[in-house]
Design a protein around this ligand. Structure first.
Ligand SMILES: NC(=O)c1ccc[n+]([C@@H]2O[C@H](COP(=O)([O-])OP(=O)(O)OC[C@H]3O[C@@H](n4cnc5c(N)ncnc54)[C@H](O)[C@@H]3O)[C@@H](O)[C@H]2O)c1
Length: 332
């Protein structure tokens, strides 16, 4: 079993702590937070040592990996320290705040042979795995994802990038590329602030991601909002050879290639937070020979999703469709 330490014991970190305590793949031996009280409370909850300085923690020889769950602005800096100390890592989404810092991290991790994953745990949810299985045969052309989330926690209610719905939609942006299985080429987005709160946070957002060019373009449309709590999410993938959707997360409706009618398919129960499934995958990714474990929620996927997220901000600012090749060049 790989050893690990949790860095960041806030609201999401406390969820990770409970999951790590039960994990069969990662053995948590320490936690760390700059807030000493928080670190102590979290350490006591799961019975491990506590630190307030992540650099001290990373010096431990008996530590194989770290799980980084601090505020987004510190993700890349802490992950770089993990790379320097030879620790494989899981980092919370989004990977970072700028393309340049995230691209540098991806490059340095690769050079050092360090494996990293971004905590896009929905990629491991049974309904997403079910959709993905059929994406491979229906040849996706259009994707529609709707996530009427409801009100966010206070720490995300401010106008900064990666707060409000801009933080949440990171998951759906990532899923769209996961389902499409192609490189994104352009992004168009609009969003509004102050519809449901007066905090300046983005409280509803609409994004169109394009894959490919000209007549062969494919697209994903994502809407998400703090309004509409209680409405089911929508996940539709319409392909050249059929379709698949998860109108709720408990079953799939699939029209397979060459079949006349759609069929319903029951899904295995999700079983709570699928982050523990991501831990299991991470442990195999780290321990098994290179190339033998599927690349899922890797640093490169995280960089792609970050680039799309940042392009939504640029599109909202300029009112234009953002070509990702040009955007990437200008942002490095
Ligand atoms: N994957 C998901 O579904 C999901 C859900 C919620 C949040 N998140 C992500 O998790 C991250 C944390 O969110 P949160 O809601 O827990 O925020 P939070 O503000 O509640 O917690 C962040 C914690 O990190 C600590 N911290 C900050 N800098 C540190 C440092 N240098 N060393 C050690 N500790 C440090 C803070 O003291 C705080 O306790 C964010 O990036 C967020 O986007 C992901």
């Amino acid at each position: 079993m790989l050893t690990t330490a949790l860095i960041g014991c806030g609201s999401r970190g406390s969820g990770h702590a409970s999951l790590l305590k039960e994990s069969k793949s990662l053995k948590c031996i320490a936690v760390c937070d700059i807030d000493a009280e928080r670190a102590k409370a979290c350490a006591e909850k799961i019975g491990v040592e506590c630190y307030t300085d992540y650099k001290e923690l990373m010096k431990r020889d008996d530590l194989d990996t770290v799980v980084i769950v601090t505020d987004t602005k510190t993700h890349c800096e802490i992950a770089m320290e993990a790379v320097r100390n030879g620790k494989h890592f899981i980092v919370e989404k989004p990977l970072g705040r700028s393309i340049s810092e995230a691209a540098k991290l991806v490059e340095e991790a690769e050079k050092a042979g360090i494996k990293g994953m971004v905590c896009y745990q929905l990629r491991f949810a049974p309904f997403c795995e079910g959709i993905k299985k059929y994406c491979d045969v229906i040849d996706p052309v259009q994707i529609l994802i709707s996530h009427p989330r409801g009100m966010m926690k206070p720490q995300f209610l401010n106008p900064d990038p990666f707060c409000g719905m801009h933080d949440v939609i990171s998951h759906h942006i990532d899923l769209a590329s996961f389902f499409m299985g192609r490189e994104p080429t352009a992004v168009y987005a609009t969003f509004r602030r102050n519809t449901y709160t007066d905090t300046g946070a983005v409280d509803n957002i609409s994004v169109c991601i394009e894959y490919g060019e000209g007549d062969s373009v494919r697209s994903a449309n994502i809407i998400s909002s703090m309004g509409g709590a209680g409405i089911d999410d929508l996940y539709y993938v319409i392909g050249a050879k059929g379709y698949v959707c998860a109108p709720n997360r408990r079953e799939l409706l699939v029209k397979k290639p060459n079949s006349e009618k759609p069929e319903r398919e029951e899904l295995p129960p999700a079983g709570g937070d699928t982050t523990s499934l991501l831990y299991d995958h991470f442990a195999r990714y780290v321990q098994e020979p290179a190339g033998s474990v599927e690349e899922r929620a890797t640093l490169k996927h995280g960089l792609n999703s970050l680039m799309i997220s940042l392009a939504t901000l640029e599109s909202q600012k300029t009112g234009k469709k953002i070509k990702l090749s040009e955007f990437l060049e200008a942002s490095r």
